[in-house]
Ligand binder design. Structure first.
Ligand code: NAG
Ligand code: NAG
Ligand code: NAG
Ligand code: NAG
Length: 434
């Protein structure tokens, strides 16, 4: 509270906190019956565990910042912004997360309802922003017809066959995501112990990684702009610039007074999206993660102002243990985005680095017309070979061939050298006899 009354004397202050989180655990979109629970909700909705993950994540973040008097105990919509993509799983996640913040009757008049901002599917960028481009959807279709894609799918055939036997239903390119979801749920509960089952789980996971997640080239500024431009623009430019200018205005005019709590409060923003959102940002920041981000994984950005200079600090929560006694500091890791000198990154430095990738609200239409014309959004499948079914045979074969090759080369060299040595030996004989 002291901080709120006397911000002018504080040289270093936390100004806003933004959380971008993946939704909590959900059931598979098409249930395949390998892992189900009598409590299971409708397909694609959050499970009991998924709700708990978001509740605990919200509670943990709230407990961390409330200790610093960052925001008041009672909910206030002027300073608490919530956005979720237009799906039940993210909407439910947003609710559970905010209830974690404002539990025990701290909601408006003890009623726990919170406004959640959302857009139409076609306009929403908290999922796959590029789906707004008809051109991009067309590319996706063409990509699926390409030789690269069909060849890759063909290479998965042995895995699909094994999975089909295991699931007792056909697993193919339309439902392997669901197979992966169910196995992930089972694995999360420590219920996968059988080696054959582990192998199938691994293969389904790799299939998803190599088709869904590797469609983007993060070295290509056009691709980056397409997949995350609006998200970057809103979170790291529009919001943060406004926060800095509000903060400077407040400190300059010293118009913070206890009678006007809205003005004195700091800002919390919550974005509930998907694995693709956290995964894209991590990759854009140069953190090339090789696995699908966990349910409720999140990227937390703090904006500070120190001696009138704004800087940001970004943290990543990889997974959310549901033991409520674990603190936020125990579950997050500091991230240093590419281009930042350290974890503590001047806002200007960060913004300079990512400016070319960002799309601003007033430019969205232009962006759609412009960037949506590109034809090569979807890049070829990963250069690294898939280590599932067929490569299991090819890889050892290659290794044996490589060893044989090296052996032959060594033998040749040795034979050649020893011959030369013998030759030399003959030559030196006369010398030594001299
Ligand atoms: C994939 O398998 C399901 C049954 O599990 C079937 O309904 C669907 O038509 C198949 N899709 C393709 C593209 O073969
Ligand atoms: C990437 O993220 C991991 C945590 O997921 C972290 O340990 C690592 O330091 C990060 N690397 C960079 C370059 O930020
Ligand atoms: C942004 O684009 C401009 C011109 O297109 C280029 O000169 C500059 O190096 C780019 N910045 C970064 C950080 O890539
Ligand atoms: C994107 O990258 C290309 C080639 O690397 C470069 O010529 C172009 O200026 C970049 N555009 C922007 C907006 O950064």
């Amino acid at each position: 509270m002291i901080l709120i009354h006397l911000p002018v004397f504080c040289l270093c202050e936390l100004v806003s906190v933004t959380t971008l989180a993946r939704h909590g655990e959900r059931t598979s979109i098409i249930p395949l019956g390998i892992y189900t629970d009598p409590q299971d909700p409708q397909p694609g909705h959050l499970t009991e565990l998924g709700l708990q993950m978001q509740y605990v994540l919200g509670k943990r973040i709230r407990d961390h910042y409330i200790k610093q008097n960052f925001f008041p105990e009672k909910y206030n919509s002027n300073n608490f912004y919530i956005r979720a993509s237009p799906f039940p799983r993210t909407q439910q996640s947003a609710q559970a997360h905010v209830i974690g913040y404002f539990r025990d009757g701290t909601g408006p008049d003890n009623i726990h309802t919170f406004p959640i901002q959302t857009d139409l599917y076609e306009e929403e960028w908290l999922f796959t922003a590029h789906d707004a481009c008809p051109r991009s959807l067309e590319n996706k279709r063409l990509f699926k017809e390409s030789t690269k894609y069909t060849e890759f799918m063909a290479s998965l055939k042995p895995d699909f066959e094994e999975a089909s036997a295991y699931f007792k239903t056909e697993i193919n390119e339309s439902n392997y995501h669901d197979a992966n979801d169910e196995l992930e749920r089972k694995a999360y509960r420590g219920l996968i112990t059988d080696e054959a089952e582990k192998k199938i789980a691994k293969a389904m996971n790799a299939a998803k990684m190599n088709t869904w997640f590797h469609q983007f080239d993060f070295e290509n500024n056009v691709t980056v702009k397409m997949v995350a431009g609006i998200l970057l623009g809103e979170l790291f430019y529009e919001n943060l610039n406004r926060d800095v200018s509000d903060y400077q205005h407040k400190t300059k005019t010293s118009d913070i007074n206890a009678e006007n709590p809205n003005d004195a409060l700091r800002k919390v923003r919550l974005y509930l999206g998907h694995d693709i959102n956290t995964w894209n940002l991590l990759n854009i920041f140069g953190n090339r993660t090789t696995h699908i981000p966990d349910y409720a994984s999140s990227i937390i950005t703090e904006l500070h102002v120190e001696n009138n200079e704004p800087f940001i600090q970004i943290y990543y929560v990889e997974e959310v243990p549901i033991d409520q006694s674990i603190s936020l500091e125990k579950t997050w890791v500091p991230i240093t985005p590419k281009g930042c000198p350290a974890h503590k990154c001047p806002l200007g430095t960060f913004q300079e680095q990512y400016r070319n990738y960002s799309v601003y609200k007033d430019k969205i239409l232009e962006w759609r017309e412009d960037i949506c014309q590109f034809k090569d959004f979807l890049v070829p499948l990963p250069k690294t070979s898939y280590k599932g079914g067929p490569t299991n045979v090819i890889l050892p074969l290659f290794t044996i061939l490589a060893i044989l090759f090296v052996a032959v080369v060594l033998i040749t060299i040795l034979t050649c050298c020893s011959k030369r040595q013998r030759k030399g030996g003959y030559q030196t004989l006369p010398d030594s006899s001299e």
